[in-house]
Design a protein. Structure first.
Length: 452
């Protein structure tokens, strides 16, 4: 092991640095594609799918049904986390990442071909649900690998928050591209947007898959996993082992994401419901505002990761969670003002508290798990929150609005998410700048050698 505490690599310093750069780019490009694919549905669902697949439903009911299919993708994420977490800890980060990229990208491409209710009736919604589930499985395995491929190539422990914030940066970048694509083809297709304009952004995902595949095929396996292979420390059933040995970390990392993931999908998806029906803004106005918000996120996400290397991962995360709880009430006050400038500013600022958590989040979660169980443990913790936070968020927000006819009911929900995150994060270990290449002190069973 090197003096920095990172597993030694047979590569030269120059080659190691080149591999680190490629690993960071590979992880970032993958999460950009993941975010583009997944969030494209978030944008299109309230604008198109409610009308296209549920034309006989009342407007709000149709939106709830479209968001219901959206939630299916989140339910599938833990399944993908378990499946690809197993292979990521068994056969390596690189091969697993190539598989998740193909599964996610091809399923997104397929969405663009699904006929509407007018053509095949309810079967359009059924097919969309199945494809959305497959997409969720792929995304369930993507995040853990993208984070670890970058983090485990680092030569120093001092910049882990910043390095892993770049795969996180792919989130706002993907949302930016998704909004840009929908905005562009909304303008190009005009009145035909509901007919064919919305489909083109889904078809374009195949181009990004090709780029991602080219980059990922050129990277090597991480030094940390290579070292586990050499020492024959690879587990036969890593998912079962991490559930048995580190259940507390899985539960806490899932709960710590409540304030990050739940409110994000309120601000990224429910905004199109609230912004059109209450604030009186147009679809394109809201798309543009979210687009600008993602540009700010491109700066604030890596900045938050960098700051976490200085003040500590937990401290940065707790500040972000507390800010999220307070800002929710400011957000809906500005949205209710009916002043376009204030509404635009509210949407732009809404991602900043999220980014304060999202930047250091990858390192915070991955650092909780011992190396031979890290892909499985971090993926499970990260994506279990999809079931309790990300998936239900637009549904809960829409239901609260339909019941109480007030955005402040949604703000109370966001405050609740913040309180849960603060409570869970307080119990997480803080391994900022500590060596994470060695096995942690977790309850041990006899190590099992890898089988071919």
């Amino acid at each position: 092991m090197s003096a920095t505490g990172i597993a030694a690599s047979p590569l030269s310093a120059a080659e190691h640095s080149r591999q680190l750069r490629r690993a960071v780019v590979a992880g970032t490009v993958g999460t950009i594609i993941e975010a583009y694919d997944f969030l494209l549905y978030v944008i299109v669902a309230p604008l198109v799918f409610a009308k296209l697949y549920f034309p006989s439903s009342a407007p709000l009911a149709g939106i709830l049904q479209a968001f219901g299919i959206y939630a299916v993708g989140f339910i599938a994420r833990p399944v993908g986390a378990a499946l690809f977490g197993h292979y990521g800890d068994r056969i390596g980060r690189k091969v697993t990442l190539i598989s998740t990229l193909l599964l996610t990208g091809l399923s997104t491409f397929a969405v663009g071909f699904i006929p509407g209710y007018a053509s095949i009736g309810i079967w359009g919604a059924v097919i969309l649900t199945v494809v959305r589930f497959i997409q969720g499985i792929g995304i369930g395995g993507e995040w853990g690998g993208a984070t670890l491929i970058a983090m485990e190539w680092a030569r120093t422990n001092a910049h882990r928050g910043f390095i892993t914030s770049w795969p996180q940066w792919g989130g706002p970048a993907g949302l930016f591209l998704a909004n840009l694509a929908v905005l562009a083809f909304s303008a190009i297709s005009g009145d035909q947007f509901l007919t064919w304009g919305w489909r083109v952004p889904f078809w374009l995902s195949i181009v990004m898959v090709g780029i991602g595949m080219y980059i990922r095929l050129g990277i090597l396996e991480t030094p940390v996993f290579s070292r586990l292979l050499e020492q024959r420390r690879v587990e036969r059933t890593p998912v079962l082992e991490v559930i048995k040995r580190q259940p507390k970390q899985i539960i806490l990392t899932a709960l710590c994401r409540m304030a990050e993931q739940g409110p994000f999908y309120v601000y990224a998806a429910f905004v199109f419901v609230y912004g059109t029906k209450v604030s009186g803004m147009s679809r394109d106005f809201l798309l543009t505002a979210v687009l600008v918000a993602t540009i700010f996120s491109a700066v604030t996400t890596p900045l938050a990761g960098h700051i976490s290397d200085r003040i500590g991962r937990k401290r940065m995360y707790l500040i972000g969670a507390a800010t999220t709880g307070v800002f929710a009430f400011i957000y809906f006050t500005m949205m209710n003002s009916m002043v376009p400038g204030l509404i635009f500013l509210a949407i732009v600022l809404s991602f900043v508290p999220h980014d304060m958590m999202y930047g250091p989040q990858a390192a915070l979660i991955a650092e909780c798990f011992t190396p031979r169980l890290r892909y499985s443990g971090s993926s499970l913790g990260f994506h279990l929150s999809s079931v309790i936070a990300g998936g239900p968020a637009p549904l809960i927000a829409t239901a609260l609005f339909a019941t109480f006819h007030s955005g402040y009911a949604v703000a109370i929900y966001i405050l609740f998410c913040a309180i849960v995150s603060i409570s869970a994060t307080a119990f997480l270990p803080d391994r900022t700048n500590r060596d994470i290449s060695q096995e942690f002190d977790v309850p041990e069973a006899a190590p099992q050698a890898a089988s071919s």
